[in-house]
Design a protein around this ligand. Structure first.
Ligand code: HEC
Ligand code: HEC
Length: 311
């Protein structure tokens, strides 16, 4: 009985510490799902001949392919997944691998890097707060299916997805369906603080899983310059200049992934996950010293600078 009580007390004490480590802006949690999506009204998008209902847009085993002319033929696992546990990759990462901030951009990543991440999700060493869905999916795939998906996404160039705005005041926002952040319906702004607020440039298009839709990243005033200093010089020993491993333009080198132009929410989350030890893996130790001394503000600044560069 006493043991039970002390565990409960520990649980209470641990909660605020965890919350401080996992800022809500970078670790969004979806609200409880509403009713089933509409299956009668067909939605269309500019420049696409196709139309889909909300139910079809959210079909885990066959989400929309609005612009088939934009990408190479999709392997079956990317377009349809495999029932019951492996949802189609393009449901969350979109047909062009651009992804959304609550998942990840995966186009243009090296094949070897993607293979390693899938193995590490499966092995349970990459276990960040947003990783469980990937653990489920990676665990359900064969080596051949994983390779087909990795080769497909690696072959596509990561698109210019972000418009970056430095500001003291960000639009008021909330986390909606799919754990994505949207601008508040009532409008208005609020102090950005030490956060990055990513919202769709056009909500309806993004909700329709439009791979041509863009996102806006609001970053704190001065963060881009501060991030540049850390990324390029190491900030006087605070970290290691990233180009040594990520390549001269930070567009990747061998199996080390590109880090420019990608979701700042995702980039921050990975830096933090590696720092607090929820993201591990064979090559993760190379990143440990890089993040060890970084503060929360440093990681926000780095993510802001990286997204401001062309992918
Ligand atoms: C239901 C949504 C969902 C689906 C479907 C999905 N993913 Fe993911 N994926 C995620 C999320 C969320 C993350 C980010 C995890 C994190 O932040 O720790 C992610 C991350 C990844 C990463 C890591 C990216 C990096 O830069 O390290 C890879 C690789 C990946 N997914 C590949 C795939 C492949 C291949 C498929 C299809 C077989 C797939 N995903 C299907 C949600 C999804
Ligand atoms: C000593 C080599 C090295 C240096 C220096 C380095 N990195 Fe990395 N980084 C890596 C490797 C290797 C990986 C891939 C880890 C893996 O495969 O699990 C990585 C992964 C990452 C990721 C995760 C990417 C993703 O797609 O999930 C981010 C973000 C990142 N690095 C940012 C940085 C930043 C920012 C800097 C500079 C401040 C930096 N790195 C410096 C080697 C390095």
């Amino acid at each position: 009985m006493r043991a039970l009580i002390s565990i409960a007390v520990l649980g209470l004490l641990a909660a605020p510490a965890m919350a401080a480590e996992l800022p809500e802006w970078a670790y969004p949690v979806a609200p409880p799902a509403g009713g089933p999506p509409d299956n009668t009204v067909k939605k269309t998008l500019p420049g696409s001949t196709r139309s889909y209902t909300a139910a079809q847009i959210n079909d885990r085993f066959g989400p929309p392919d609005w612009y088939p002319e934009d990408h190479p033929p999709m392997p079956d696992i990317v377009a349809h997944g495999k029932k019951p546990n492996a949802f189609a990759c393009d449901l969350c990462h979109l047909t062009n691998g651009q992804g959304h901030p609550e998942s990840a951009g995966i186009s243009g990543l090296p094949v070897g890097y993607i293979m390693r991440q899938m193995a590490e999700f499966k092995a349970g060493v990459r276990k960040g707060m947003r990783a469980p869905i990937m653990v489920q999916i990676a665990s359900a795939l064969t080596e051949e299916e994983t390779k087909a998906a990795a080769e497909y996404f690696a072959s596509i160039k990561y698109p210019q997805f972000y418009k970056v705005i430095e500001t003291d005041m960000a639009p008021k926002s909330y986390v909606g369906a799919g754990a994505m952040r949207f601008a508040a319906k009532e409008g208005g702004t609020e102090p950005i603080g030490n956060r990055i607020i990513e919202i769709p440039a056009d909500e309806e298009r993004t909700e329709a899983r439009d791979p041509r839709a863009q996102h806006i990243a609001y970053v704190p005033t001065g963060s881009i310059k501060k991030g540049e200093e850390l990324v390029t010089t190491g900030g006087g020993g605070k970290t290691t200049p990233c180009a040594i491993c990520h390549g001269p333009e930070l567009k990747g080198l061998g199996e080390v992934p590109p880090i420019v132009g990608r979701s700042p929410e995702y980039i921050y989350r990975q830096l933090n996950d590696i720092k607090i030890g929820t993201r591990n893996g064979a090559w993760a130790p190379l990143m440990k010293p890089v993040v060890a001394k970084l503060t929360d503000e440093d990681m926000v600044a780095i993510a802001a600078y990286l997204v401001s560069k062309a992918p």
